[in-house]
Design a binder for this molecule. Sequence first.
Ligand SMILES: [Zn+2]
Length: 135
Amino acid sequence: MYSVTKRIDFCYGHRLLDYNGVCKHPHGHNAVAEIEVRTDALDPRNMVVDFSDIKSVVKGWIDRELDHKMILRHDDPLVEPLRRIGEPVYLLDSNPTVERIARLIFDEVRALGLPIIRVKVWETPTSFTTYGPAA
Ligand SMILES: [Zn+2]
């Protein structure tokens, strides 16, 4: 198997509901998503996927949907006031933990047609989560 990994930086805000820690307050992260793409064979260019293709597809989606947005649970009381003043929000059906955000990115990248096998999302320089099929 061949694999390549592309790192993509983005910023997001969130807060966790029904949670008793500092993350119950709105705050932000400078996150890094590491997108791992895997294929059995190389393409005619001898590549798994061109790094610039991963960047344009995945970074395009992340920039449009997640970057510099508040990622909130759909029933968070912050959704309505933020929308009222024109602030962008991205809604999830469940708490916007970094684990849930990693699964969101994985599902979207797969839907965009890239053979993603794993995504690692760094929420801080010392904490990351990994989502993908079991090895
Ligand atoms: Zn956080």
